[in-house]
Design a protein around this ligand. Structure first.
Ligand code: FAD
Length: 325
């Protein structure tokens, strides 16, 4: 991180909360379910669909996990009541993965069953290296129980990702559903690529392997070289808007709202212009919508984890007109 980024990160704890709230409002739907519903209803006209995340992770007691269980249950009801094209993203540590793995598994199973009643897909967000294997194991365990409305996120920057793609696909077959991103956590050079170009190349290799392994591939990047590479890879495989997934002779049963074997995903508030362009070209585009009372902790943690975000914050402060979704 350059000096400018370090200065911004250093200043953040001293910055009044109302300023952080103003910056965060571009990236966070609000503090409660009605705000998230209102935002999604408004954005539906842009041809987007959604994945909703209740902010919070790495809890300290299992009582906190119960809060997330109740909130996700209310959220699922609200998605159905408002007829929204949305699924949910959950952080396994918010459901107890780092406290008691068996309780976390039981919680995730309960949510999956509840979501499956309304044909809603559940994405397990990927957190840092402490839980990579446990998160993958959880998704595989659920598939083994016949609960297939679940998929994991893999992080292009990790060395292990190519072999994870092969391992997961070999167990979950045609119902494999990945989100691929670069990975927000700055992992050590022992387990991950650390340079920009290496991370982009590794992420692109992962996208290709996912497409070649027959997995549903949700490409979650705002970065032009990754999006451009993905579009070329899709085209060379005969995949694209309005085309049945050519990798299968029969349609593969998937949860509602899926694209033809792939989709693009964007964080709320980031590069909406590129997202809208892709949607105009007919690609399935999904917006990741975080909401919750923990917006402050979320913003600060993201900033500490990956100070690159500081530059976007600085831009929002110095060029306020650019702070739009
Ligand atoms: P970058 O090179 O970081 O960004 C490309 C350009 O996008 C930047 O130059 C900038 O113009 C713009 N941009 C990027 N981020 C921001 C921002 N915050 N504010 C304003 N502009 C910005 N990571 C995980 O580790 N686990 C997950 O489960 C996970 N889920 C994700 C889900 C979605 C839908 C998305 C889009 C990302 C997710 N990520 C996750 C984060 C991801 O790993 C990257 O850290 C993040 O997307 C930045 O990488 P990038 O590929 O977009 O490229």
């Amino acid at each position: 991180m350059g000096l400018f980024g370090r200065v911004i990160v250093g200043m953040m704890p001293l910055t009044p909360r109302f300023i952080i709230r103003w910056i965060a409002k571009r990236y966070v739907a609000g503090t409660d379910i009605p705000s998230a519903i209102e935002l999604m209803s408004r954005m539906s006209s842009e041809g987007a669909c959604f994945t909703v995340d209740v902010l919070g992770e790495d809890i300290e007691s299992l009582d906190e996990a119960q809060f997330f269980m109740d909130e996700y249950s209310r959220l699922l009801d609200a998605i159905v009541e408002n007829n929204l094209d949305a699924n949910i993203s959950i952080k396994p540590t918010a459901l107890g993965l780092l406290i008691d793995e068996s309780t976390a598994l039981a919680n995730i199973e309960e949510l999956l069953i509840r979501a499956a009643e309304d044909d809603i897909f559940v994405r397990l967000d990927m957190e840092d290296h402490r839980v990579t294997q446990a998160t993958i194991d959880t998704a595989i365990a659920m598939h083994t129980k016949g609960l297939t409305n679940i998929g994991v996120v893999l992080q292009g920057r990790l060395f292990r990702t190519l072999s994870d793609i092969l391992e997961v696909s070999s167990v979950t077959g045609s119902s494999t559903d990945f989100r691929i991103c670069k990975g927000i956590y700055l992992e050590s050079a022992e387990i991950s690529h650390t340079r920009y170009r290496e991370i982009v190349d590794a992420t692109n290799r992962s996208i290709d392997l996912m497409l070649d392994s027959g997995a549903y591939t949700a490409i979650a990047s705002h970065d032009t070289p990754v999006i451009k590479h993905s579009l070329e890879s899709l085209k060379s495989r005969g995949m694209g808007p309005g085309v049945e997934d050519p990798r299968y002779s029969e349609p593969v049963p998937r949860s509602a709202g899926k694209g033809p074997g792939y989709e693009f995903q964007f964080l709320l508030g980031v590069r909406g212009n590129i997202r809208r362009n892709l949607a105009k070209q007919g690609h399935r585009t999904r917006v990741y919508v975080p909401y919750g009372t923990k917006w402050y902790e979320y913003s600060m943690r993201r900033l500490r984890e990956n100070p690159e975000v500081a530059l976007h914050v600085a831009k929002a402060l110095l060029m306020p007109w650019s702070n739009r979704r």
